[in-house]
Every structure is written in structure tokens, then in C-alpha cells.
Design a protein around this ligand. Structure first.
Ligand code: ING
Length: 312
């Protein structure tokens, strides 16, 4: 048996601060047209795909902050993506900054949606692991103010039965945490789709760019292998107003092997035929959770956040 999802991982090159959302959407539509020619069932766009990676800038004025956020989805600017999905019979995953009123309070989330082939939103995810810091840090070459701009997501790590499989989502820094994949693995996930914006250098300490790429890949490949799921990781890449983001968009098989990867740092579509039945081998053997997991020994994982070494 095979259950195929042809997936397009649509890396976006840089979006400059001055670039409009309409322009970003037009670029994404072009990638959808390419993906249609390659018969993609699903196209995956990056985290915060409509704008530059604005958490690198400190803004204090409320209106100035809120202009980076979407108050509804779809909206006037993003409607063409939904129309193309329906016309092409192609699902999509999109990351964006979301502003909502919840219990009388304004909340801001780093959000992603999953849209099916009819152009209907079937799933929403709000980023849980927000990296960086909540206050301006003078010693940094650039800021990473996600904890300042966003609330911790309140959706949890869900999966959805759509497009012939069990699909899940996470966002950027979430990909570095094994818990992210395992919670979806325990719901039988067969494909995790995620977008990221990862600076090529650390804003504070020197770090080899090659090492940073290695670590990003290591996390996605081990998440795939240890849960026997496809992982589709899609970058926003290149230089945004002088700030470099690494690329490395890739599609990872349930074996942990990379089956397709982007070559450059611009808008680039890579495609793979992902047979969801390839997940079965791992799910029935090495990572047969029912047979082999011992949750009674994993309590610390949900009881505490930080490490507590034994006393000296
Ligand atoms: N980006 C980064 C990521 O995890 C980050 C966060 C901050 C990485 C500092 C490295 C250093 O790839 C997002 N958008 O989560």
C-alpha cells in the first residue's frame, strides 16, 4: 500500500521591512503555481511568512506593533492564497502573527494554520516555545523579542486527519524540543509541517553558522526518526535589511533521512512524494509506543521545567 502526499516546501527569500504583505502573497502565489505544475497536494510556507521577521526590532507604540499582526484569517490580503488553494486543489500551511480578543483581553500569538484543498482552515497552532527575551538587550547585535511580542500559545500540539493522513504543526523554535514531536507522535502523526526564521548568527555569542545548520537539521531528523513521521521544515532565508537568516529548507522521511533540500537563500520550491505508509515500519517496530514506552518513568518531563541537579 502507499498513501502519497506530494508536498512542496516553499522556502521564501528575505522579506524586507518595507515590503508589503501583498507582495509577499504574490510571491507565495507564484510558488503555488510552480507547485501545481509539480502536482503538489500541499504547500508549506514559513513562520511569519507575510512580513519581515519583526521581533528583531524593538517597537513600543501599540499601533506600530499591531500593524504587524493579522486580525482575521483569511483577510483581504491573504484571500488570494485561499482562492488558489481551492482552484488548484492544494492545501497549504502558513505562519503569521495573530491578534485576537480573548476574555476581553488582546492577545498576540505566533500562529500557523493548515488549510485543506477546498480552501478551508482545518487546523490552527499557536507557538509554544517562544525563544529570545522579553526586554531590550543592549549587548545584542540584534534583538530576538519574541517573548515581548507574543503570548505563549494556548492550542497545544494537535493533529488533524486531513489530506489523507494525520498532520501536525509546530513553529520554528518548537522544532528543537523533543516534547513537541512526541506529543504529536502519541496522536499518530504522519507528517509534521513547520516554518522557521533562524538567524545565521547568534546575536550575543560567536557561533559557527555550519554548527547552527547542523543543530537545526539534527532536531528535525531525530524528531522524524523517533516518532516515525515525515517532517517538512521550511525557512524564510536570506538577508532582511542586513540581518541574515539561514535557509536549509528540507523534507525529512520517517527514517530520519533528508529526501529533498533547498539549494539557495531565495524563493525556492522543493518537492517530495511522501508515502505516509512509510511511517508504519517505525511505528510498528522500534518506535511501537504501546509496546515499548514506559511513561511511569517520564513524570519529571511534565512536572518540572528546569533541571534540578542533586545537591553537592
Ligand atoms: N527562531 C530561532 C530558532 O529556534 C533562535 C530562535 C534564537 C535560534 C536565538 C538561535 C538563537 O531557530 C525562531 N523564530 O524561533
Amino acid at each position: 500500500m502507499s498513501r502519497m502526499i506530494t508536498v512542496g516546501a516553499a522556502q521564501l527569500g528575505p522579506i524586507q521591512k518595507a515590503e508589503s504583505r501583498t507582495s509577499a502573497v504574490n510571491r507565495m502565489i507564484q510558488l503555488m503555481e510552480q507547485a501545481r505544475r509539480k502536482q503538489c497536494d500541499l504547500i508549506v510556507f514559513p513562520e511569519l511568512a507575510l512580513t519581515t521577521f519583526f521581533p528583531r526590532y524593538l517597537m513600543k507604540d501599540r499601533d506600530e506593533i499591531e500593524q504587524w499582526f493579522e486580525r482575521s484569517m483569511p483577510n483581504e490580503v491573504t484571500q488570494p492564497l485561499f482562492d488558489a488553494a481551492r482552484e488548484f486543489g492544494m492545501g497549504f500551511h502558513l505562519g503569521y502573527a495573530e491578534l485576537v480578543e480573548e476574555q476581553g483581553e488582546t492577545r498576540r500569538y505566533n500562529t500557523a494554520i493548515l488549510v485543506d484543498k477546498s480552501g478551508t482552515i482545518v487546523g490552527k497552532y499557536r507557538k509554544v516555545h517562544l525563544p529570545g527575551h522579553a526586554e531590550y538587550e543592549d549587548e545584542r547585535r540584534f534583538q530576538h523579542l519574541e517573548k515581548y511580542y507574543f503570548d505563549v500559545g494556548n492550542t497545544g500540539f494537535n493533529v488533524w486527519r486531513t489530506m489523507g493522513g494525520v498532520l501536525g504543526m509546530c513553529i520554528c523554535n518548537d522544532r528543537r524540543w523533543p516534547e513537541t514531536y512526541r506529543v504529536m507522535g502519541l496522536q499518530g502523526v504522519e507528517m509534521v509541517v513547520l516554518g522557521y526564521n533562524t538567524p545565521s548568527t547568534n546575536g550575543k555569542v560567536e557561533q559557527d553558522p555550519h554548527l547552527r545548520m547542523f543543530q537545526s537539521r539534527l532536531c528535525m531528523q531525530s524528531g522524524a526518526y523517533q516518532n516515525s513521521t515525515w517532517v517538512v521544515g521550511v525557512a524564510k532565508a536570506g538577508t532582511e535589511d542586513g540581518h541574515q537568516l539561514f535557509g536549509g529548507t528540507c523534507i525529512v522521511a520517517p527514517t530520519g533521512e533528508i529526501v529533498a533540500q533547498a539549494q539557495g537563500l531565495g524563493d525556492e520550491l522543493i518537492v517530495a512524494d511522501c508515502d505516509l505508509d512509510l511511517c508504519l515500519e517505525g511505528k510498528e517496530n522500534m518506535f511501537n509506543f504501546t509496546a515499548h514506552r514506559r511513561p511511569e518513568y517520564y513524570q519529571l518531563i511534565t512536572e518540572q521545567a528546569g533541571a534540578v541537579p542533586p545537591e553537592e
